[in-house]
Ligand binder design. Structure first.
Ligand code: FAD
Length: 163
């Protein structure tokens, strides 16, 4: 993977802040490439833990076709987009994670990840209802794992703490 260093390096976020954005976020945009190198960017919900990002999706579709042919991916999450009209800017924070995606084939691991994803988005729903939902949909679902090999974050210069 060959990406340049950030031009405005003062605005780069430390790794812990990048991880905090990934942990707090509820959606991001996954970018894949087709066989001609043309990008396909698709919004997805996700779960981030310990350098890995998991997605759930149907067992067929364009993104699956693309990543089966080329598993290299980039995933962008916007942590903050606070428009400041008087300054003609946005006080943003965002991260870009890059790496390789694989499908989870181990059934026990798949169910565990479905549970963790479900708990992220429905933390207060009763366990029995959640398990019933999982039983109903698990066979129709595919779980994807992005192993993050590069993580960068950037914020607007106004958010950079004074030295
Ligand atoms: C905030 C958010 C969270 C989402 N979370 C999930 C999730 O966790 N899991 C999941 O499977 N899906 C999620 N979706 C839907 C997702 O964006 C895709 O629509 C879906 O995954 C199907 O993708 P696909 O590549 O298989 O599309 P296909 O059904 O194969 O269709 C491909 C075609 O549809 C177009 N297309 C597909 N999706 C979109 C879109 N979102 N907007 C505009 N055009 C589109 C493509 O450009 C292409 O032409 C989410 C969408 C949003 C906005």
């Amino acid at each position: 993977m060959n990406t340049p260093a950030m031009r405005r390096s003062r605005q780069a976020l430390p790794a812990a802040d990048c991880e905090a954005i990934l942990s707090a976020g509820t959606s991001g945009v996954l970018a894949l490439s087709d066989s001609e190198g043309f990008p396909y960017s698709v919004p997805l919900s996700y779960l981030y833990q310990n350098g890995k990002i998991w997605f759930h999706c149907a067992r067929s579709g364009y993104k699956l076709d693309l990543l089966r042919a080329n598993p290299r991916a980039s995933f962008c999450v916007i942590g903050q987009d606070k428009i400041v009209p008087a300054e003609y800017t946005t006080y943003y924070r965002s991260v870009i994670a890059r790496g390789t995606i694989r499908e989870i084939t181990d059934e026990a691991q798949k169910i565990d990840l479905i549970r963790r994803l479900t708990r992220k988005y429905a933390p207060d729903e009763p366990n029995e209802a959640m398990e019933a939902e999982i039983r109903q949909y698990r066979d129709a679902l595919c779980i994807l794992e992005l192993e993050v090999t590069q993580l960068t974050g950037k914020q607007n210069k106004r958010l950079v703490p004074a030295p």
